[in-house]
Design a protein around this ligand. Structure first.
Ligand code: AQP
Length: 354
């Protein structure tokens, strides 16, 4: 049965990359299949976190989901720590995944930096918790930005190894479903689906406004590097004005953006916000300097983001409503994840004595 799952970490300033690369893509999917959107607060503590601020940021991400158009009557919205099955399944997956797989994860290498010995074990095991988030609902589709591609591949590897390691028990217990893509390397009956990433839309990787080779990121120390969903119109205009560019005018063809990462990024943001193709944007601004393009981009960004920011601010002012949405979502999520974990415990062979 198709089901979509995705999540965003409550780790600080939600930015344009989170919105265009992920949240905006969540919205149409809620009409296509059952959808679960999580605020992944267990992931947020894998790096040093502000315990006093965590609840507030969790509500802010929830407000962004709602403001973007996710409807809690259709999709399930909840925060991860409230459904204990995520942590339980993550432990089981820690025993399925191999150290070598996790050692290859580029996000761990980037986030741990040079001081790897000092990174938390949780940061290292981040991808197995992500696999658990998805597979606790046996989700088949996960919309994410391009940076999460490798983690989704690991999720498939975990599902595949679990299905293989326990193939006989899955059949004996009658818990499998027919493999939709029969393959000699896979058992005929699977318990976990091999989840498909959805890395789609015009903005799967928005880059920093200060460095076109680095991804726009919540954790970048420079606030000028990103457009936050909470920024005012003045903030947005200032950040775009100060965005790094090169001295050349905009080209008329995509070829002319080669080796100009900052220019390419701004054109990509314009295209994503306007719904035009990059080629159309270049056709409209061919030969124009950034002194013309940047104000047009700032106006467009304000026009598109101001309604979302306004709605987020309105929602955050009513924490009772947000908490009620999350509480209801956690109950609905647990009702799906509990039976999955019951199956998984039986498949693993744990003695059930209570
Ligand atoms: N720059 C980006 N462009 C497109 N999509 C992006 N995403 C993140 N940055 C970009 C997508 O947003 C979703 C939620 O991301 P996350 O909360 O899991 O955080 P992250 O991927 O680790 O990136 P951030 O937002 O920059 O946070 P920090 O600084 O804490 O690492 C994901 O679908 C992600 O692909």
């Amino acid at each position: 049965q198709p089901r979509v799952f995705s999540g965003v970490q409550p780790t600080g300033n939600l930015h344009l990359g989170n919105y265009l690369g992920a949240i905006a893509n969540f919205v149409p999917l809620q009409d296509e299949m059952p959808a679960i959107y999580c605020v992944v607060d267990l992931h947020a503590i894998t790096a040093k976190h502000d315990a006093d601020g965590l609840a507030g940021v969790t509500r802010e991400v929830t407000a962004a989901y709602l403001a973007a158009g996710i409807d809690p009557a259709k999709a399930i919205i909840f925060n991860q720590s409230q459904v204990k099955e995520h942590a339980e399944l993550a432990w089981i997956f820690n025993c399925v995944a191999r150290m070598g797989w996790l050692n290859r994860m580029t996000q761990f290498k980037e986030k741990a930096g040079k001081n790897r010995e000092n990174a938390s074990v949780g940061l290292f095991a981040y991808p197995t918790l992500m696999a658990a988030d998805i597979l606790a609902y046996r989700a088949t589709h996960v919309p994410v930005g391009d940076d999460q591609k490798q983690h989704l591949e690991l999720t498939r590897d975990v599902a595949q190894k679990f299905n293989n390691d326990f193939a006989e028990r899955i059949v004996e217990l009658g818990l499998g479903v027919d493999n939709p893509n029969p393959n000699p390397e896979l058992p005929d009956q699977l318990y976990f689906p091999l989840t498909e990433p959805i890395i789609a839309g015009p903005a799967t990787r928005i880059m920093s406004l200060r460095d076109g080779t680095k991804k726009m990121s919540k954790s970048d120390p420079s606030d000028l590097s990103r457009i936050n969903l909470k920024d005012t119109a003045e903030d947005i205009a200032k950040k775009i004005r100060k965005a790094k560019t090169d001295p050349e005018p905009l080209p008329s063809e995509m070829e002319g953006l080669k080796d100009r990462p900052e220019a390419e990024n701004l054109v990509g943001i314009f295209a994503a916000l306007s719904g035009l193709s990059r080629e159309q944007v270049l056709a409209d601004f061919a030969g124009q300097p950034f002194s013309v393009f940047k104000p047009a981009l700032a106006d467009l960004a304000v026009e598109k983001l101001a309604p979302i920011t306004g709605e987020m601010n309105r929602l955050v002012a009513d924490p009772g409503h947000i908490d009620a949405v999350l509480r209801d979502g956690a109950e609905r999520a647990a009702a799906i994840a509990e039976p999955v974990l019951k199956d998984v415990r039986r498949i693993c062979g744990f003695l059930e004595c209570r």
